[in-house]
Ligand binder design. Structure first.
Ligand code: ADP
Length: 242
């Protein structure tokens, strides 16, 4: 392992929009190097929770910690977390290499250091031969690999992903699932993952946090969710097929 992940702590974190409570005070510890998924129906507060961890939504109350640091008031760019979203959000006018180098440029790395690190992550995501291409010349799966490479290139201790595979077809999805799993394992990085797809959560996660109406319904390992569901909601939600 090149570098271990950091633990993440949600200490009573809540979010209201006006009088509507999207996330009730949430208490959750994600362990160092753990793959934690937020799973739940649409509107259950998964993305809002992730956006608070990323720094794009300000909590109404509570604190968030990465490692020992209280990051609640730290701007997104200084939180040292990698992010991958459903839409790849690549810069279309930049090559793959330039896209991936972007966070390194922002951090002031030299050109030589940038190229070395870009080469390293291109290999990790299996795109060694595509560095000079533009995003528009790549398939959806390849573009999402570039986004993933860009998210891990600065070796963040925490990687956030919000439905990163939902725009891809079934075959690519399962392929990328195992790649993300492998990258998580190899890098020892902490992953916080949002999905509404229970099969995906089951396949990939060390633990799953099932959300319902802005609250945690149950947090458990995949097997335990099935063998010991806490209530009818969890039974019902897991029983639905996607
Ligand atoms: P999920 O990711 O589980 O689908 P979200 O976190 O996106 O759920 O949303 C949780 C709830 O908060 C939803 O009812 C949503 O409509 C509401 N919500 C999210 N963002 C805003 C916002 N900016 N203004 C008002 N309501 C919002």
């Amino acid at each position: 392992r090149s570098r271990a992940g950091s633990p993440v702590r949600f200490a009573g974190v809540s979010k209201s929009f006006g009088s509507f409570v999207a996330v009730h005070p949430l208490v959750l510890d994600v362990k160092e190097g753990e793959f934690m998924s937020f799973l739940g129906p649409s509107g259950s507060g998964k993305t809002t929770t992730l956006m608070m961890l990323a720094g794009f939504e300000e909590p109404t109350d509570g604190r968030i910690y990465i490692g020992h640091q209280d990051i609640t008031a730290v701007p997104p760019a200084r939180r040292n977390v990698g992010m991958v979203f459903q839409s790849y959000a690549l810069f279309p006018h930049m090559t793959v290499e330039q896209n991936i180098a972007f966070p390194l440029r922002m951090r002031g790395l030299s050109k030589a250091e940038q190229m070395r690190e870009v080469g390293r992550v291109l290999e990790i995501v299996g795109l060694e031969r595509f560095g000079r291409r533009f995003p528009g010349q790549l398939s959806g799966g390849q573009q999402q690999r570039v986004a993933l490479a860009r998210a891990i290139v600065f070796q963040p201790p925490v990687l956030l992903m919000d439905e990163p595979l939902s725009a891809l077809d079934k075959y690519l999805r399962s392929h990328l699932q195992s790649e993300i799993r492998r990258i998580h394992r190899d890098l020892g990085i902490t992953v916080v993952y949002v999905t509404h797809d229970q099969d995906e959560a089951m396949t990939m996660s060390d633990r799953i946090c099932v959300m319902r109406d802005g609250r945690i319904a149950q947090v458990d390992a995949p097997e335990a969710l099935y063998s010991r569901p806490q209530d009818e909601f969890v039974v019902g939600f897991l029983g639905e097929s996607n």
